[in-house]
Design a protein around this ligand. Structure first.
Ligand code: C2E
Ligand code: CA
Ligand code: CA
Ligand code: CA
Length: 278
């Protein structure tokens, strides 16, 4: 190997090593944050496309680290999954969301629900997700159907996951297929397994206005969903033009910065009290 090439290989290895060390450090700090309960949950409004009322809030975990600052869940959720910490994150978000929803209901907004993200890696035979989720709901004394579980379809979404989700649905808990139109999402899964909501991913909404094919696809998807009694939620809606197009196509719910980013519960209560988007 020539000297220059050797140098490149060494540099490459050093980069991988640094990334790995950084990951280990993040993992350790996340562990600490979980122990000290310094994670928080923010909520992003999901708005009915016809009435402009907030119908749901999506719970999105937030982690502020003293050294790293705000760490995106897009960064630390995969690390939590890799190092077996995802159950702790999931349990924290579940309990906090149910308690916060109880507070929202007590404030007079009993029609509002909360949507909770659940990693597919949390659905393992050794852990009874049905028990965990129904217990959290019962402890907070909120109705089962005020909680929606969001799962992203992936190669790992196996029969066991679907069986668990179906069991949750029998209790009244709602199920939402997240990030639809990306990755491994398939129509056959949609038809074989009953879900209540389908979320069109932001990447799809991003190119909606410039890509006629996408509009045709969403049009068909909404027509199919109507037949299956599934409500479609578009996420990542930032512009009025996107909102108007989605409404025209019959999309049921809208989520995105056009209305609001995820906020602390107090700020969401203010949005509810002021009927902010009506
Ligand atoms: P997701 O489930 O697809 O959540 C939507 C993401 O898009 C959120 O990012 C949200 O803040 C962002 N978003 C919503 N509307 C807009 C918009 O109009 N413009 C832009 N630029 N972004 C928008 P966030 O909070 O950073 O979360 C990233 C991902 O991390 C989530 O994607 C979800 O997969 C995962 N995640 C977040 N919280 C949890 C959690 O509690 N548990 C699990 N398992 N995963 C979570
Ligand atoms: Ca989600
Ligand atoms: Ca999503
Ligand atoms: Ca997404």
């Amino acid at each position: 190997v020539k000297k220059a090439e050797r140098g490149q290989v060494a540099l490459h290895n050093a980069t991988i090593q640094n990334a790995y060390l950084n990951k280990i450090k993040l993992k350790d700090r996340l562990k600490q944050a979980l122990k000290e309960k310094t994670l928080t949950v923010y909520y992003q409004p999901i708005v009915n496309a016809d009435t402009h009322h907030i119908t749901k809030l999506e719970a999105l975990v937030r982690w502020f680290d003293d050294e790293y600052g705000m760490v995106s869940p897009g960064t630390f959720i995969p690390i939590a999954e890799e190092f077996g910490l995802i159950h702790l994150v999931g349990q924290f978000v579940l309990e906090k969301s149910c308690q916060d929803l109880a507070q929202i209901h007590k404030a007079g907004f009993s029609d509002v629900g909360i949507s909770i993200n659940r990693s597919v890696s949390e659905f393992k035979a050794s852990i009874n997700q049905v028990k965990l989720i129904t217990s959290a709901i019962e402890n907070a004394q909120i109705p089962y159907d005020s909680i929606t579980i969001e799962v992203t379809e992936s190669l790992a979404t196996n029969r066991y996951t679907w069986r668990t989700l179906n069991e949750l649905r029998k209790h009244g808990v709602k199920v939402s297929l997240d990030d639809f139109c990306t990755g491994y999402s398939s129509l056959s899964n949609l038809i074989e397994n009953q879900v209540d909501y389908l979320k069109i991913d932001k990447s799809f909404v991003d190119s909606l206005m410039s890509d006629l094919n996408k509009q045709v696809m969403i049009d068909c998807l909404i027509k199919l969903s109507d037949k299956l009694s599934i409500d479609v939620i578009a996420e990542g809606v930032e512009h009025l033009s996107q909102l108007e197009k989605l409404r025209e196509l019959g999309c049921h719910h809208i989520q995105g910065f056009f209305y609001s980013p995820a906020k602390p519960i107090e700020a969401c209560l203010t949005l509810l009290h002021t009927n902010a988007f009506v």
